[in-house]
Design a protein around this ligand. Structure first.
Ligand code: FES
Ligand code: FES
Length: 165
């Protein structure tokens, strides 16, 4: 397994990731994205720009979306993290995942984990009411997609979020 070595400033952390308790010692300088990908092997969280612009690394921290490239793993101590791996139930894809596929809301898929976590947050925030296209576009404004475009993503989000209202 790939490791950041040497560990200059080891710190113990305890957190919940996708419903599972995790207790590990990490280097104080490792960011949450690298911790998830390299230590927990949750490679669904993607890393693009590594400076908070593209949104590919978006995860939920205590239910709120966060750039995991801008957050240290030690800052996740005691927090609840959700990654894209939490969405599907075995081979049963989450409705948002199914809708993205149905509406051609992805091509290369690099941005898709971040898009999904952003839309999951929006679906929870707006549960019980309909959302507007403007709300979906505003929510997705922090997720850069360089190959698909947003038409299919927006259609997918409106279908799922408004059918569950
Ligand atoms: S990799 Fe984190 S915002 Fe781009
Ligand atoms: S699907 Fe390729 S970057 Fe969005």
């Amino acid at each position: 397994m790939w490791k950041l070595t040497p560990m200059h400033d080891p710190r113990p952390i305890a957190l919940r990731v996708n419903g599972r308790s995790v207790e590990m010692t990490v280097d104080a300088r490792i960011n949450l994205a690298d911790f998830l990908r390299h230590e927990l092997r949750l490679t669904g969280t993607h890393v693009g720009c590594e400076h908070g612009v593209c949104g590919a690394c978006t995860v939920l921290v205590d239910g709120a979306s966060a750039r995991s490239c801008l957050m240290l793993a030690v800052q996740a101590n005691g927090r609840r993290i959700e990654t894209v791996e939490s969405l599907a139930n075995g081979s049963d894809l989450h409705p948002l995942q199914q809708a993205l596929a149905r509406h051609h809301g992805l091509q290369c898929g690099y941005c898709t984990p971040g898009v999904l976590m952003t839309l999951l947050e929006l679906s929870r925030e707006t549960a019980g009411r309909n959302v507007t296209e403007a709300e979906v576009r505003t929510a997705l404004s922090g997720n850069l997609c360089r190959c698909t475009g947003y038409q299919g993503m927006v259609r997918a989000a409106l279908e799922v979020l408004n059918n569950s209202a």
